[in-house]
Design a protein around this ligand. Structure first.
Ligand code: ADP
Ligand code: ASP
Ligand code: MG
Length: 408
């Protein structure tokens, strides 16, 4: 008998029929003698709908109220699933984040879980009750409802698994595992039997939305065995593993992409010590995160400075740059939102040279211009025009031999 935390995503909770299907799955794990704690997302599309409603009143409104509104999506699905479980004879009780409670910091819309009081959930498990917990939400130190950022139910699932010392955390979604790339963009993508935490962390942080990055961080930190599986088809899914087998590691495990970036360039900045800090300081002060940074080699005492930010922060970042351009003696400021970042990830890169040049050659052969490049030990990212996203992903998927191996 094991204690298992199961998280069901938005598509899995997308209708009453699907919720009843989830209830039957949970019931079958119970019948096999396992203790189960369930975490659920809102019905697919619901969080978008709620946030749109909030923005229709004031797009820059108080984030506390955005969270109050967004968190209601999960309050509906916990109740529905608990009803569906009871209907088929499984004792169940639903919990919002604050009823558990799941304590977070006070950073609305991107709160971090600080502590979980798992006592009530443990007691339920011991009495044969299946607790159904709302994902994505928590309670701030001042008693307000917070949310954990988009896709945050994954993190609720893993954090609960850590707090309950569960034997496994299962993330049930609409794909049957982690693929070499998003199967919606490359239908030839292949399911991975396993992927290392380190790679999954990179894939998630570089844009693969199959797992929220913080859920992977949590799983790595607390050594929670984590598996991604389909709600709709049976299968082994993908295990996120701590072990690395250097001999067997493929060069590239996956390709991630991120459509959420925007690029800003300050042209003709005086090439002097402290200029990068002078440009990025005000951006940091405005709480805007910077991703990639490129400073050109200067000529005639001037240089161009380019960086990327989240598209949601683009207008604000551009405003700041225009404001300080004069003070810094820059020639001008320009920006672009029609860009994407495409990244290759693989622990095998550590021991192999030539990945970058192969990547650049393949993209060039496909006629794709690279705007920016950044590398680290196990990843290479490039920024390209958004219209080339699909072509870039498919070109690289093929060039690095990631397709499904067809039986001869
Ligand atoms: P849920 O609502 O269950 O949390 P998400 O939409 O958040 O589901 O995540 C699942 C989706 O992630 C898939 O439908 C797929 O399009 C996308 N995805 C992106 N990259 C990958 C990848 N490497 N492997 C599998 N799915 C991926
Ligand atoms: N419902 C939230 C969202 O859409 C959280 C989640 O689904 O994980 O982002
Ligand atoms: Mg998700």
């Amino acid at each position: 008998m094991a204690l298992i935390v199961q998280k069901y995503g938005g598509t899995s909770m997308g209708s009453v029929e699907r919720i009843e299907h989830v209830a039957r799955k949970v019931a079958s794990w119970r019948q096999q003698g396992h203790e189960v704690v369930v975490v659920v997302s809102a019905m697919s599309g619901e969080t978008d709908r709620l946030l749109k409603l909030a923005k229709s009143i004031d797009p820059r409104g108080n984030p506390r109220e955005f969270d109050q509104i967004a968190a209601t999506g999960e309050q509906v699905t916990i109740g529905l699933l608990a009803l569906a479980l009871e209907k088929i004879g499984v004792k169940s009780r639903s919990y919002t984040g604050w009823q558990v409670p799941i304590h977070t910091d006070g950073a609305y819309m991107k709160a971090r879980i600080q502590k979980i009081d798992a006592g009530r959930l443990m007691a339920d498990c011991k009495s044969g009750i299946v607790p159904v917990v709302a994902g994505f939400q928590g309670l701030s130190p001042d008693g307000s409802v917070t949310t954990l950022g988009r896709g945050g139910s994954d993190t609720t699932g893993v954090a609960l698994a850590a707090a309950l010392k569960a034997d496994e955390c299962q993330i049930y979604t609409d794909v049957d595992g982690v693929y070499t790339t998003d199967p919606r963009v490359e239908p030839k993508a292949r399911r991975l039997d396993k992927v290392t935490f380190e790679e999954m962390l990179e894939l998630a942080s570089l844009g693969s939305k199959v797992l929220q990055i913080r859920s992977v961080e949590f799983a790595g930190k607390y050594k929670v065995p984590l598996r991604v599986l389909s709600t709709f088809v049976e299968g082994p899914g993908t295990l996120i593993t701590l072990e690395e087998n250097q001999m067997e590691e493929p060069l590239i495990s996956g390709i991630a992409f991120n459509r959420d970036e925007a690029q800003i360039t300050m042209t003709g900045v005086p090439d002097r010590p402290g200029i990068a800090a002078a440009i990025l300081g005000p951006i940091g002060d405005a709480n805007i995160e910077v991703d990639m940074i490129v400073q050109n080699v200067g000529g005639d005492g001037h240089t161009d400075f380019t960086f990327t930010v989240h598209r949601n922060d683009y207008e604000r970042a551009l405003e700041i740059m225009r404001r300080i351009a004069g003070e810094l003696g820059a020639k001008g400021v320009r920006g672009a939102t029609d860009i994407v970042k495409v990244s290759l990830v693989g622990v095998g890169m550590r021991s192999h040279a030539g990945v970058a040049s192969k990547m650049f050659k393949s993209l060039a052969a496909a006629g794709i211009n690279i705007r920016m490049i950044s590398t680290s030990e196990i990843k290479i990212s490039v920024v390209v025009d958004e219209m080339y996203l699909e072509l870039a992903v498919r070109t690289l998927h093929k060039a690095f031999g990631l397709e499904e191996q067809k039986a001869a």
